[in-house]
Design a protein around this ligand. Structure first.
Ligand code: IMP
Length: 215
């Protein structure tokens, strides 16, 4: 297969990386991760929206590595908590917290909230950048409700508490292929996949000198 270039997947989250790789599988590109670029300090993700964080992260790493970069920002929005944890999902329980601490805090925050008011969604924005510009973004969301009892061992983060009524299970109970089919990240990635293919076929090395419209 003729490869059109190299795409950096800009995340250190192993769970996300697995999902990104699975949905991008078969594209004629080489994929690298931040483990291949250990010298760059992580940018601060302090914007108010998923989109702005994804854009900034993609631009930052594209500039630093001089190549095509795909970055995502994602998180959980809980209606009864006015959209929290939202952009704070990764560090909801504090700067050095883990998924267990985040889930504990979430379940405590929802104490006494009845099931019908526990509606929530995972949201994801992915941004594709080359040095100096974000060329496109795509978004995805999946609706569910937050359950007290964790169920399932797949996935990561809030998955054991995110119940999807139409499937009768949490996203942690879904096999990875099923989660990818219905998830916020799967939807955003499938939307950006043809864009990656077209741009990289046209301008495989991400050279800013060759800027132009989408072919
Ligand atoms: P990010 O690395 O800043 O995008 O943080 C995303 C955070 O949102 C993760 O650390 C998880 O806590 C949560 N999150 C995003 N997507 C998922 C998912 O698919 N399952 C479970 N938790 C998720």
């Amino acid at each position: 297969m003729v490869k059109h270039g190299t795409l950096l997947l800009a995340t250190t989250n192993a769970g996300k990386l697995r999902e990104l790789r699975a949905v991008l599988d078969g594209l004629p590109i080489d994929v690298t991760t931040l483990a291949d670029h250990p010298h760059h300090p992580e940018p601060v993700e302090d914007a108010d929206t998923f989109e702005e964080n994804a854009r900034r992260k993609a631009l930052y790493y594209a500039g630093r590595t001089c190549g095509w970069t795909l970055a995502d920002d994602s998180g959980l929005e809980v209606d009864a908590l006015d959209g929290e944890p939202g952009v704070h999902s990764a560090r909801y329980a504090g700067p050095a917290c883990d998924a267990a601490a985040n889930n504990d805090k979430l379940i405590r925050a929802l104490t006494g909230v009845p099931p019908e008011r526990r509606t929530a969604r995972f949201r994801c924005v992915v941004a594709l950048a080359r040095p100096g510009e974000v060329v496109d973004i795509a978004t995805g969301a999946v609706e569910g409700i937050i359950v007290d009892e964790p169920k399932g061992t797949n996935g990561f983060g809030y998955d054991p508490h995110f119940f999807v009524p139409v499937y009768g299970m949490t996203t942690a109970q879904m096999p990875p292929e099923q989660k990818n089919r219905i998830s916020h990240r799967g939807k955003a990635l499938r939307a950006i996949r043809p864009v990656i293919e077209r741009w990289m076929a046209c301008d495989g090395n991400g050279s800013p000198a060759k800027r132009g419209g989408l072919p």
